[in-house]
Design a protein around this ligand. Structure first.
Ligand code: SF4
Ligand code: SF4
Length: 335
């Protein structure tokens, strides 16, 4: 009998609308912003997820910028709170530019965790993160003003570093720590191509870190336990499919409020895995890092649909993964 999947997280993509125009953004914002969130279907999707998830799952509201959908977001959070048979950690991933007192209070009252995207100090953050309609205005200053009086211990900073900002990674992490933030996630831009020199800078930077928490195994790699709800109320295979519009995105619908088409989902995952192994000469299946690696499926789908050279992009993805894994594992063993 097929094993019953218990999903550990649900990502709700509220819509493609966004007031920023970040250089590394992969979302098809212009087209996806035309879709209005279908709140009744999203509620059915949430309800399905809660029935089939682990004990304390995570529900993450994303976009685009989810605060542009404040009415719908509020209604969904209130729905979750009213129907709380199961405790879920609710997180809002936001660019932070549209936070205000009323919104912050509502989110705090409802125990919604905030994950704010900021790449570092103003001079680094504003290189890649800019307002769509006002390139001169500082995104950093706007966000800083909105979050500086909030409880910083409850805010997670989500920092992206790119080939052009990697040499500032350490000073930017320090900057947030010195300003009272304790939760800082930092991710490389894996959709870009990194030169040898830039990878060496990353390697050197990581080797200087003093990290006390080791890397957790991700043995479900290639067998995703995250569900992704789109604004139309459909479940999608992977969050990266929001970089495609309509026909191409719809190929990856794997269910709707009432349930998941498990056979279709597994088949699409299997097909992607087969494609990755074929192009990379089965590199991953022989790799000792396999249990800890980031999932390459999103990158594969993105490359296929956007006619990018997956092999080339995979090389960067793989090298960055190995730098992460070898450093974090080394530090864990040294504990
Ligand atoms: S804030 Fe997020 S959705 Fe908006 S442009 Fe930046 S990366 Fe894209
Ligand atoms: S480190 Fe590279 S080869 Fe190893 S599992 Fe990750 S992507 Fe595959």
């Amino acid at each position: 009998m097929a094993q019953q999947i218990k999903y550990h997280s649900l990502s709700i993509f509220l819509g493609g609308g966004c007031n920023l125009d970040c250089s590394y953004c992969f979302i098809d914002k212009e087209n996806l912003k035309k879709i209005i969130p279908n709140v009744p279907e999203l509620k059915r999707g949430i309800s399905f997820f809660l029935k089939h998830s682990i004990k304390e799952p995570t529900i993450n509201f994303t976009g685009g910028e989810p605060l542009l959908y404040w009415g719908e977001l509020k209604e969904l959070i209130e729905y979750l709170k009213r129907n709380e048979k199961k405790r879920a950690f609710i997180v809002l991933s936001s660019n932070g530019t549209l936070l205000n007192k009323e919104r912050s209070e509502f989110l705090a009252e409802n125990n919604v965790g905030l994950s704010i995207s900021l790449d570092g100090k103003q001079d680094v953050n504003d290189v890649n993160r800019v307002f769509k309609n006002d390139k001169e205005r500082s995104v950093f200053k706007t966000v800083w003003k909105n979050i500086k009086n909030l409880n910083k211990e409850k805010i997670k900073i989500s920092l992206i570093f790119t080939p052009s900002t990697v040499n500032h990674l350490t000073e930017n992490i320090k900057f947030f720590v010195e300003n009272g933030f304790r939760l800082i996630d930092f991710y490389p831009e894996v959709y870009g191509l990194w030169s040898k020199n830039q990878l060496n800078i990353l390697k050197k930077t990581f080797s200087e870190f003093s990290i006390t928490k080791g890397l957790e195994k991700n043995s479900e790699n290639f067998c995703c336990q995250q569900l992704n709800l789109g604004p139309d109320g459909n479940f999608y295979l992977c969050d990266k499919v929001f970089s495609f519009f309509d026909k191409r995105r719809k190929k990856y619908i794997v269910g709707r409020g009432g349930g998941i088409d498990k056979a279709k989902r597994e088949n699409l995952l299997r097909k992607a895995k087969k494609g990755i192994l074929k192009i990379t000469d089965s590199k991953c299946s022989k790799c000792p890092c396999q249990e800890y690696c980031f999932c390459p499926i999103g990158l594969y789908l993105w490359s296929q649909e956007n006619k990018k050279d997956f092999k080339k992009h995979f090389q960067t993805f793989c090298e960055i993964s190995k730098i992460y894994i070898s450093n974090f594992l080394k530090i864990t063993r040294a504990d």
